[in-house]
Design a binder for this molecule. Sequence first.
Ligand SMILES: Nc1ncnc2c1ncn2[C@@H]1O[C@H](COS(=O)(=O)NC(=O)C[C@H](N)c2ccccc2)[C@@H](O)[C@H]1O
Length: 533
Amino acid sequence: MSSNGTLPPRAHASVDNLRTYLLAAGAKTPHRAAVIQAAPGGGLETVSWGELEARTDRCVEALDALGLDVGDRVIIESDTSAEAVATLLACATLGLPFVPVAPGLPDERLRAIIASAEPALYLQTVDGKRADIPEQVGTGRFGPEGVVVERQPVRRGPRRRRTVTPVDTAYIIFTSGTTGRPKGVAMSHRGVISFLRGARAADFLTIEDRVAGTAPLQFDFALFDIGFALSHGATLVPVPRDRLTWPRRLLAFLREAEVTQVHAVPSVWRPVLRHEPEMLAELGDRGALRGILFSGEAFPLNELRGVQALLPKARFINLYGPTECMAVSVTELPNPLPNDAERLSIGRAIPGAEVTLIGADGQSVEEPGVIGEIYLRSTSLFNGYWNDPETTRATLVPDPLHPRSGQLVLKTGDLASRGADGELYFHGRADSQVQIRGNRVELGEVETRVAAFPGITGAVASVLPHEEDEPQLHVFVTCDPGEPAPDARKVAAFCRTALPVYMVPHKMHVVDEFPLSANGKVDRTALRALVSS
Ligand SMILES: Nc1ncnc2c1ncn2[C@@H]1O[C@H](COS(=O)(=O)NC(=O)C[C@H](N)c2ccccc2)[C@@H](O)[C@H]1O
């Protein structure tokens, strides 16, 4: 806290701030490893908790000198690393919302984010390649030694804020809004920390764990990995991006770093299953690998079963939820899954949060098996979309059960039903529900059935418009390498025995692999474009 008002605002150690929360667990063991990462010259390097705090404070000092005020934005372009963590913790210390972007983000996308966020400062790593940052933005680079400012940020008037509070924005994650204009999800310190605290109830990590993170920094999955590992006093092991493209290199890195937990979107496991199953099994057998956490999209059942079969002793966690609340639930799945499992449980909201399913009639859905939209009551709700009050109002809405209460809840846009056990089961996005001949089609059900056909390793279903006829159900499949492509008629017959006729794919397309979004999710738009082209 600044005493005489001229010193920069500081997060007080007694209140929720990303910096204090993430460094707390290591304070008593400054010599333990906080981060183990690929060393520039090859091999691995370790950054201790003490060193991580020292680097953070070196960054704070450099950022202090710029006279920025609480709320001034800082773009951080980097992959996950000890240096990036120190820089974002420095921003948190000073109440500077950081906007994480991954290297390789297209220039026009970065310019759109800059136009929207109007950051005071843009920081990249010492070997970053980005050039031509707009004049009005200050620029600098960061590395193990801290931050070096290249172009001073333009001072925007005197400091008006005296304190960094838990409800101040800690970061803004820009997602690709449906309108193409970037949508900035502004998340508070309190929001992130309350989700991380709630996620600890899963009792998944110990101080001994080494957590491999694979998400790009612009994806809040990466921020979760940083927060989840460090808040447990465990060690974060960022996986270099160039290790993700080849399964052999990925598994070799996990073995070399003696990783115990891997956090990844389902797509990371697809090439591993296809090309290096034995090497993965070895990591579970003789290696240290004992936990898999996945999120971002439903893990195709056949693929999840494949990974479980190779790691019979590992724990599996399904983490579900939108960036607007960091996430909703952390659910341990049985290993192996029951044979008759048709869909994955997304469990129940973390302690301190509550999900209500709301039906089309606006009333809460109480009967098991009935589908409703997930509304979330929680302290992890975001502050709003950056500079977009209208979309914010459509997402943070009055509690439908008590509209007069003034309480806001998150309207997630996701559909779910409750099983008899009270656990939630995901039924897709409300805006991606498709109708065929007036019937609601569960694309996930179609995909699960098609992927069960011998020789088919993956299936993504999509409804495509048809010029003279009504929309049609297509399915894109990947097949066992070396097997002949499956006969579409046989696949359709196989579906007809288990699905209603309107859920039998009209057309099947064989693809080598599924296109992925920047965050590693299956890019359904890119798949659909394959057909119309
Ligand atoms: N486990 C799932 N099963 C099934 N559909 C899912 C699942 N996790 C998301 N999703 C879907 O993805 C949407 C959220 O997408 S997102 O806003 O880009 N955010 C994420 O995917 C990451 C997420 N916020 C997060 C935060 C912290 C750690 C890990 C992941 C959800 O609304 C769901 O539709």
